[in-house]
Design a protein around this ligand. Structure first.
Ligand code: C2O
Ligand code: CU
Length: 537
């Protein structure tokens, strides 16, 4: 049979499971006179060429240290590290920039700033979207603060990740490849006897599209049937969402991984711009879930599948010992068999078992969590709604406000708050809050029409509260807020005052102002800490 020519634009011509999965490399500290030994890192953002698939030509990407995914930053709980992210990106973007978006206008085309997603960190090191800078810090954004980020890692072992967070440009910079893992380890993890070393893999799942020549494709305009007029003087590039044609894991299109018949630990991150996955193993084998966004659960739970919206992570153990010689696919069960994107990657259980598998799925993991509803001082009612921007384009809004309207979310340091995400839009949104890890209390359906007709004051519930799903019952920093539901989360603002943000992690929404400021106020210096609390209105 004649071999069809591989066309990176057409998934049907691209063979699956012929490219080996790779484990991202680990970032190495660098000696520096001003910092304790082994605590200082320099990561250089630069353009380079990357092989996505065995049969693809090389593709231009932007990567941390020129790598996609970037090198994994390995940190220890309570051990401070310092990272300088050096911007050596070109001056012009290779993906379509939209100058009509807030803050882009006349400012330099390529800007960058790095955020460690899920980290407890001082705000000047957080990677605020307006703390961007260009090559050699030639231009800096209005909130630029630090050349060297300080991460104290005062939090339990967890699967965090670092990625670009530039105002109105995050979707392009992340899509270009600026993403990597940031793992915090601690003594509890050391004691747990989990699969480690060659048996532990972080898995970054993203979807991408390509042009015929193998270059990355990102749309330069909204779909033909866009429900809004395109503003004439601007390049009409904002798209309402993006779903790529290929599944990419750790930078490889539809990869395979050869494994031994034993337990493996996978830290799975949905790093996609806009796609949601229901990950599942196609032979019905379960995941032993041991952790969520912010760290370990109290005990493992066996789950048949896990839903991941963009930015959500899970820490799982898969036991391949009963599947010698089998091929097992990791699939996205939200899609049916006819969709090529249903397949994510393949595990081939063909390696001989090296020695004995002495790792465990421990019966107990972390200590129990203790955030109780009755401890909350403040409840914030936060609508997610459909609005329009200054050009009449449809956009998704938080609290019916644009990003630059004055800050209304001002939690006091050391307070416990409940935030209620009231989703009156027709789609689900993954809502992420910087600085803290929260717990999901419940979700409750409400009547969207009644809500909209009454200025946001009255809610008519149409059902009982539903508890979080099995794979959500741990520390979270990103939560699915389904349409027509009130999703309630509880958090403790226990460390760091300053300027943070919360936003939708669908990157096209985030870049189009579905983002709001947070100011954590030190209660001692704040005169009226309750001033803006909605519970008081
Ligand atoms: Cu993953 Cu505000 O970001
Ligand atoms: Cu959204």
């Amino acid at each position: 049979m004649a071999k069809t020519k591989v066309n990176p634009k057409d998934p049907s011509t691209v063979p699956k499971f012929v490219t080996a999965l790779k484990k991202p490399s680990v970032a190495k500290p660098k000696p520096h006179p001003d910092y304790p030994s082994n605590s200082y890192f320099e990561i250089v953002m630069k353009e380079s060429l990357h092989r996505f698939h065995r049969d693809f030509p090389l593709t231009k990407i932007w990567g941390y240290d020129g790598l996609y995914p970037g090198p994994t930053i390995e940190a220890r709980k309570d051990k401070t590290i310092y990272v300088k992210y050096v911007n050596r990106l070109p001056k012009k973007h290779f993906l379509p920039v939209d100058r009509s978006l807030h803050g882009v206008g006349d400012s330099p085309e390529v800007r960058s700033v790095v955020h460690v997603h899920g980290a407890h960190v001082d705000w000047e090191s957080d990677g605020h979207p307006e703390a961007w800078y260009t090559q050699n810090y030639e231009y800096t954004g209005p909130k630029f603060r630090r050349k060297v980020h300080k991460y104290t890692n005062h939090q339990p072992a967890a699967t965090l990740w670092y990625h670009d967070h530039t105002m109105a440009m995050t979707r392009l910079n992340v899509y270009a490849g600026l993403t990597g893992f940031y793992l915090i380890r601690d003594a509890l993890e050391d004691r747990l006897n989990l699969p480690k070393g060659d048996y532990e893999y972080p898995l970054l799942i993203q979807d991408k599209s390509f042009n015929e020549d193998g270059s990355l494709f990102y749309p330069d305009r909204p779909p033909e049937n866009a429900p809004f007029p395109i503003p004439a003087p601007f390049i009409p590039t904002i798209v309402p969402f993006f779903n790529g044609d290929f599944m990419v894991v750790n930078g490889k299109v539809w990869p395979y991984l050869d494994v031994e018949p034993r337990k493996y630990r996978f830290r799975i991150l949905n790093g996609s711009n806009g796609s949601t996955y229901r990950i599942q193993l196609d032979n019905g084998a379960p995941f032993h879930l041991i952790g969520t966004d912010g760290g370990f659960l109290t005990a493992p739970v066996e789950v048949p599948s896990i839903d991941l919206m963009p930015a959500e992570r899970v820490d799982v153990i898969v036991d391949f010992s009963k599947f010698k010689k089998e091929n097992i696919k990791l699939i996205n069960a939200l899609l049916d068999e006819t969709d090529p994107k249903r397949d994510i990657m393949l595990f081939r259980v063909i390696k001989p078992l090296k020695g004995e598998d002495t790792s465990e799925i421990p019966a107990k993991l972390a200590e129990s969590m203790d955030l109780h509803e009755h401890h909350a001082q403040t409840v914030r009612k936060l609508p997610l709604s459909v609005g329009t921007d200054q050009y009449g384009r449809i956009m998704m809004m938080l609290d019916n406000k644009m990003f630059h309207e004055p800050c209304t979310e001002k939690p006091a340091l050391d307070s416990i708050e409940i935030w209620e995400f009231i989703n009156a839009t027709p789609i689900p949104h993954p809502i992420h809050i910087h600085l803290i890890q929260f717990q999901i209390l419940d979700r409750r359906p409400f009547n969207v029409d009644v809500y909209q007709n009454s200025n946001g004051e009255i809610l008519e519930f149409t059902g009982d509260p539903e508890p979080p799903l099995d794979f959500e019952k741990g520390w979270k920093d990103t939560v699915r807020a389904p349409s027509g539901m009130v999703t309630r989360v509880i958090m403790h603002w226990k460390e760091h005052a300053g300027n943070y943000i919360w936003h939708c992690h669908l990157l096209e929404h985030e870049d189009h102002d579905m983002m709001r400021p947070i100011k954590v106020v030190d209660a001692v210096s704040a005169h009226h800490p309750q001033e803006h609390d909605k519970s008081q209105r």
